[in-house]
Design a protein around this ligand. Structure first.
Ligand code: ZN
Length: 163
């Protein structure tokens, strides 16, 4: 437990010191803004898709440490993945952050599991999820999204679709 907490802190610090893929892509094919009014996080995500593969993804904006670290790790994780694989990661990350991830089923989160602890910190859950939420919005050509407005249509939709 202490190790998990220490790793979490190291990851957050590292990605805040050197956020990966931080900035705006000049040749983006998709773009979305994400707001988390609860904390004040406000990010812009730009994405370049080629033949359904995420060729590049950048994030920029004003955000707290958790949101920034989550965004930074998200960009490195989904880069080179297909949209389908990225959407699966979005769902898994959201399920993990909200404590709904089924531990019996394998997942693809890898190092992203350092964020599992946010499920016990309700005010930070939305900070960690915002970049993923914004990525989903960008894929679906939704220009602007907030962690408040949509309650969870995406989640319901995925769960509903899975039967
Ligand atoms: Zn935040």
């Amino acid at each position: 437990m202490a190790d998990t907490k220490q790793l979490y802190q190291e990851v957050i610090l590292d990605h805040n010191r050197k956020p990966r893929n931080w900035g705006t892509l000049p040749d983006a094919t998709h773009r979305a803004e994400g707001h988390n009014p609860l904390c004040g996080d406000h990010i812009t995500l730009t994405l370049r898709l080629r033949e359904d593969t995420v060729e590049a993804v950048n994030v920029q904006g004003e955000s707290c440490a958790i949101c920034k670290a989550s965004a930074s790790m998200m960009t490195t994780t989904v880069k080179g993945k297909t949209r389908t694989d990225a959407e699966q990661l979005i769902q898994e990350f959201r399920d993990m952050a909200t404590g709904k991830l089924d531990a019996a089923r394998p997942n693809h989160l890898g190092r992203l599991t350092v964020f599992a602890g946010v499920r016990d910190l309700p005010t930070r859950v939305k900070c960690a999820i915002l970049p993923w939420h914004t990525l989903h919005a960008a894929f679906n050509a939704v220009a602007s999204t907030t962690t408040e407005a949509d309650a969870d249509p995406m989640h319901e939709q995925i769960i509903g679709g899975a039967g």
